[in-house]
Write a protein that binds this ligand. Sequence first.
Ligand SMILES: [Zn+2]
Length: 272
Amino acid sequence: MKTLTVIALSLLVFILPAAARSAGVTTVTWHGHAAFSVKTPGGALLLIDPWLTNPKNPAAEPLAAAVGADYILITHGHQDHVGDAIAIGKKTGARLIAQYEVGTLLKAKGFPARQAGMDTLMNIGGEIILADGEVRVAMVPALHSGGMSDAGGGFSYAGTPCGYVITVTGGPTVYHAGDTGYSAEMAAIGRLYRPDLALLPVGGHFNMTARAAAMAAKDLGAKWTVPMHFATFPLLAATPDEFVRETKKRGTTAVVLRPGQSLKLMGAKLVR
Ligand SMILES: [Zn+2]
């Protein structure tokens, strides 16, 4: 009997943290432009396209000592997406997730090489497991261009742009589209990964217009869509209003964040 109690108690020790983790909250924060962070119930922090010093980020000192990251995900080599990745990588020890070409160029510019090995450099169609199994990251296609500017004023080839699907165990599946035009891939990503939350560029000019992004939201079948990549520069749409109207017409739900604001998801349910 005593042995059984000990076994039962030992099992609880293993089961309880897993249960607590699966019931936990995932926090998705917009930092302006295309920069988002995803904090998992287990405490892993993923930063996507970390241009934290963008002009719309309200954080007074976005690169202060408080900045944290376990993983940095880069969708493509343009500076408004690579952003502050090197500084954050040096400060935090975060591992780099990107295509091999982007990773190689960033290492040449100073990203710590030991944090950008072949275990996390990947390519479209691939999936990797992170955070002791809590997170799966899939790299998916994006329709865009992909150079990285160099010191001489030119561009280096930086692979093909991509998006990411982040699946949190016991939590939501989050799709970050990077920069992309509208394409048939949206329906394919929807079929493959069934995202709960989609982070979509809506500003036009360099990627999807509001109407096309609303069509993408519908094709993806995501429960909620957060608009991004608007209002940062004068060339981009100044507000997400048209996107909100277009998503309503198609029966999907847009959730507009202000830079610095977060969404909280319990499992795959929005708790705000
Ligand atoms: Zn771009």
